[in-house]
Write a protein that binds this ligand. Structure first.
Ligand SMILES: NC(=O)c1ccc[n+]([C@@H]2O[C@H](COP(=O)([O-])OP(=O)(O)OC[C@H]3O[C@@H](n4cnc5c(N)ncnc54)[C@H](O)[C@@H]3O)[C@@H](O)[C@H]2O)c1
Ligand SMILES: [Fe+2]
Length: 350
């Protein structure tokens, strides 16, 4: 669980005060800010002082272990140790901040920790401030990284943030397409969690709430306004809490393969896959198609049209490796239901 949560319009203004009691002598706070904000108003509001450093992180590609290692090594060389890491941006920046914090106190490469419960030491103090709503990365116990051999998170009890600042004002000007893709990540988390075999009352309570908030925004409302930003930020939080005690499912397992081979981004990749998952989530996919139409969003098609057998095999390897996701979706005997041939046919349809 996150140690401290603040929510509300304008709560970003409290950041300076929040950081004050967490500073260790003159060791700096390091702000990892999504490069989209370079030169923008938000960057000027970052309360950096003394030896503090603002690093604009490149999220053109989703975070790689090599990028995490290079930032952590650079900080260790320059400062030895730091007071904390503050991530400001979308899910990619959240994940970078979590991973860099952990790598400040754990030896080796972040690639050594891709998996479940491999991280042995707490990282430095870390704060997450989302500027897009949907991934749930602000609450989750993982940080998704692409490494030399796999795309897999550093899932551990040390991974969640110590503090998050949920200020819906920060998401106000996100482009409609991006907002939809990231928002749908949350919707899909809910459908996968609520229809999964790992479901329990904890996950269900949060999943039901998150799903209702997503529907308020994408089904029941006709315009985008402040209320939409407020609701989607809480949907992301509750959706993240829901999967914290369950798992995601087929859409994520398949989209991880796309992302590994083609670099397809998480939100859009999930949408591309979910559009074809009627056989697994009939009601969710029906509602999803309605939301796509109502919000006039384009979902790319035929992205696997020109792939070779070898490339399909690589995606299938990555996807079949996501065992907990398949088990959550299809049950303990999932391997009887999902095999390489069925998965290949699914990839061919995307
Ligand atoms: N740790 C987890 O639990 C978890 C869960 C789901 C997804 N993820 C990760 O999250 C990432 C996806 O995150 P995302 O969908 O939030 O997108 P993102 O962070 O990759 O950002 C997408 C784009 O939006 C831009 N952007 C960010 N905030 C903006 C704003 N307010 N206005 C305009 N542009 C803005 C970014 O610069 C970038 O170009 C993936 O790397 C995925 O693996 C992590
Ligand atoms: Fe996701």
């Amino acid at each position: 669980m996150i140690g401290y949560v603040i929510y509300g319009r304008g709560s970003f203004n409290q950041l300076d005060e929040i950081l004050k009691s967490n500073r260790k002598g003159d060791e700096p706070m390091i702000f990892l800010v999504d490069h989209f904000f370079e030169g923008k108003e938000l960057a000027k509001r970052v309360p950096a002082k003394g030896k503090d450093k603002v690093i604009f992180v490149d999220v053109t590609y989703e975070p790689k272990t090599s990028y995490v290692d290079s930032i952590a090594n650079q900080l260790k060389e320059e400062f030895g140790t730091v007071s904390g890491i503050i991530g400001i941006g979308g899910g990619s920046s959240m994940d970078l901040a979590k991973a860099v914090s952990l790598m400040m106190n754990n030896p080796g490469s972040s690639a050594d920790y891709q998996g479940w419960d491999l991280v042995k030491k707490a990282g430095v103090y870390k704060v997450g401030i989302p500027t897009l709503s949907g991934t749930g990365a602000e609450v989750s116990r993982t940080t998704v990284l692409t490494g030399p051999t796999k795309k897999l998170g550093m899932n551990s009890d040390f991974t969640p943030f110590d503090q998050i600042v949920l200020d819906p004002e920060l998401t106000a000007n996100a482009p409609a397409n991006q907002r939809f893709y990231t928002g749908m990540d949350c919707y899909i988390h809910c459908i996968e969690s609520l229809n999964g075999t790992y479901l329990n009352e904890f996950s269900k309570s949060y999943g039901d709430k998150a799903l209702q908030l997503c529907r308020d925004v994408y089904v029941n409302k006709d315009d985008w306004d402040e209320v939409s930003d407020d609701k989607l930020m809480m949907a992301s939080y509750a959706g993240g809490m829901s999967i914290a005690y369950s798992q995601v499912g087929v859409a994520h397992a398949v989209s991880y393969g796309l992302s590994y081979l083609l670099g397809t981004k998480h939100g859009i990749g999930n949408c591309i896959v979910f559009d074809h998952l009627e056989e697994f989530y009939p009601e969710g996919v029906k509602e999803f198609k309605y939301m796509v139409e109502k919000n006039q969003i384009d979902i790319p098609k035929n992205i696997c049209a020109n792939l070779t057998d070898q490339e399909f095999d690589k995606m299938i390897d990555v996807s079949m490796g996501m065992k907990p996701l398949w088990e959550n979706a299809l049950g303990k005997d999932w391997e009887k239901q999902m095999n390489r041939e069925r998965l290949r046919k699914l990839y061919e349809r995307l």
